[in-house]
Design a protein around this ligand. Structure first.
Ligand SMILES: CC(C)(COP(=O)(O)OP(=O)(O)OC[C@H]1O[C@@H](n2cnc3c(N)ncnc32)[C@H](O)[C@@H]1OP(=O)(O)O)[C@@H](O)C(=O)NCCC(=O)NCCS
Length: 153
């Protein structure tokens, strides 16, 4: 069953909560300035998951992505640590793919750390397939990035 959450576009008012999740989720977190720039960028889209029950009115996860000339690039997805494995990322993915259908985006690409089993599991579940590898892509660890791609059915 889907958890009781709502999906909607992010606003500047969500940034404090987004930043807290970001800092707990990534070794090189995006800054407030970077998120603000994304909110202003014409090609940038985003979605925020907001709890409506146990975590009423708090941001439980978010996703930032670009749509350019019929193609998407997933930039960021993260869910609050204590709320993971409850289907929130599923709802965000569903939201993004729904926007793809609305905006005629037929291909979405992303990079993911080779060791990130949770994210790779999520992407596979939603039909992303591995298309290549970027050796040593992440400078802080030298870890490889897997390139993955979704194509509209
Ligand atoms: C990846 C992430 C967004 C998943 O969020 P989540 O809300 O916990 O995911 P969901 O509960 O919606 O799970 C959806 C699917 O993802 C996969 N998945 C999620 N967590 C997983 C884990 N720990 N191990 C393996 N697969 C996992 C599963 O396929 C799952 O489907 P299932 O429940 O039917 O098995 C979350 O772990 C996270 O925020 N990680 C840190 C940030 C990050 O690495 N982002 C991706 C790189 S940009």
């Amino acid at each position: 069953m889907n958890p009781p959450i709502e999906i909607s576009p992010a606003t500047e008012a969500d940034l404090e909560e987004i930043l807290a999740i970001e800092q707990a989720s990534f070794p090189t977190p995006w800054s407030r300035e970077l998120f603000l720039r994304e909110l202003d960028l014409a090609i940038s889209r985003n979605l925020v998951a907001r709890g409506t029950e146990r975590v009423a009115d708090t941001v439980s996860g978010y996703m930032f992505f670009w749509f350019v000339a019929g193609e998407g690039q997933l930039q960021r997805i993260a869910v609050r640590q204590d709320l993971r494995r409850a289907g929130i990322a599923d709802r965000l993915m569903e939201g993004m793919l729904g926007l793809c259908a609305q905006e005629d985006v037929t291909r979405v690409m992303l990079e993911v750390r080779r060791s990130n089993e949770a994210a790779i599991g999520l992407y596979r579940k939603w039909g992303f397939q591995r298309t290549g590898t970027r050796r040593g892509y992440y400078p802080e660890t030298g870890e490889d990035a897997l390139l993955m791609e979704w194509n509209a059915p």
